[in-house]
Write a protein that binds this ligand. Structure first.
Ligand code: SAM
Ligand code: SF4
Length: 335
């Protein structure tokens, strides 16, 4: 192992999120427009390049890898990559290999993922109503995702449901979603909608359902105890005492979580974003592609990038305009 990655604010970088494709089989309204133009294949890191990239980060102290997208499970041959990462779990260098998925392909992939060493999976689901599900995802079908969730649990994967809190859309499903997750022994995390990418006519301020309001509604029915658990990310957790259930809130807008940030994000083209809410990035594809068989230039580029990791982001809805908006889509950086 080489020197660990420490940024200028003394935060150790131990968590890498990797987007393996910008493509998706859904078109969620808050994430993509209906007519997306995707990147030409040659722009993407190959599966071998993804392996080399992740292996380099692991050597530099990354202990947790989260694979995302776009939809990671629509990337052709993706199991080859997961299977290759198993060696880092086996060596003990990597503590966790996980993914965020829309669940559409899990019926097929849950067991192979478990075989590769994945133990937990985040599945995004905003509603339990078939019609509303088709509306919000445009191309998604709820029964297919439900079969995916069943398969994941059957394979022994611990499931966490991620729900984007959308005003006027799933406000009325707060308790049904909480109850459904409790019945199935799944954790649940609510995410505030973020100002990412140009997605057409959707007005983000209209969609914005403050999680402090959502939490207040939960508190009407449950006794909520704050949990000390921190993941170094924007999530905060409570336990609903009546059910013992863990519920998370990802609030990048109404709370600042940057001081403990331990993560960086790699796009499917090999750009490293040191902060989800800032435009600054470092191209890691060039040092990787231009130096086959020699990882030193890549390591130097990674260190130089981490030395530029900013203190925090600038998202702000407080003035009723979307300030600090970043132009790229969530599917580009990986949510
Ligand atoms: N396709 C996979 C999925 O949906 O889980 C992985 C990628 S997706 C970009 C990752 C997460 O980002 C999902 O939970 C999705 O709901 C969330 N997301 C997408 N656009 C968002 C936005 N504008 N604000 C907040 N969350 C968003
Ligand atoms: Fe696809 Fe995930 Fe974006 Fe929905 S949130 S369009 S499933 S990448």
């Amino acid at each position: 192992m080489t020197e660990p990655l420490i940024d200028p604010f003394q935060r150790a970088i131990s968590y890498l999120r990797v987007s393996v494709t910008d493509r998706c089989d859904f078109r969620c309204v808050y994430c993509m427009s209906e007519n997306m133009t995707f990147l030409p294949k040659k722009e993407l890191l190959t599966l071998e390049e993804l392996d080399r990239m992740c292996t380099t980060f692991v050597r530099m102290g990354v202990e947790k890898l989260r694979i995302t997208g776009g939809e990671p499970l629509v990337r052709k041959g993706i199991m080859t990559f997961f299977d290759a990462m198993t060696r880092h779990l086996e060596s003990g260098a990597l503590r966790e290999l996980t993914l965020t998925t829309n669940g559409s392909q899990l019926e097929r992939f849950a067991q192979p993922l478990h075989d590769a060493g994945v133990r937990r999976v985040n599945i995004s689901l905003d509603t339990l109503d078939e019609k509303k599900f088709a509306d919000v995802t445009r191309w998604g079908r709820l029964p297919q995702v439900m079969r995916g969730i069943d398969a994941a649990q059957k394979a022994g994967l611990r499931v966490k449901i991620n729900t984007v809190a959308l005003k006027g859309f799933n406000e009325d499903e707060l308790f049904p979603l909480v109850d459904w997750c409790a019945e199935r022994d799944m954790d649940l995390t609510f995410i505030e909608v973020m100002p990412m990418g140009d997605i057409g006519n959707e007005d983000r301020i209209d969609q914005y359902w403050k999680l402090t309001d959502l939490r207040a509604q939960l508190a009407e029915r449950f006794t909520l105890t704050d949990l000390a658990e921190r993941t170094g990310g924007p999530a905060r957790y409570v336990r609903a005492e009546e059910t013992g259930q863990k519920i998370g809130f990802i609030t990048p807008l109404s709370h600042n979580f940057c001081e403990s940030c331990n993560r960086v994000r790699l796009t499917c083209t090999g750009e490293l974003y040191m902060c989800l809410g800032q435009e600054d990035m470092a191209d890691l594809r060039a040092p990787l592609r231009n130096n086959p068989g020699n990882d030193e230039p890549l390591e130097d580029a990674i260190r130089a990038a981490i030395a530029r990791k900013p203190k925090g982001h600038d998202f702000d809805y407080s003035r009723q305009t979307v300030d600090g908006r970043v132009s790229r889509h969530m599917s580009h950086t990986g949510g």
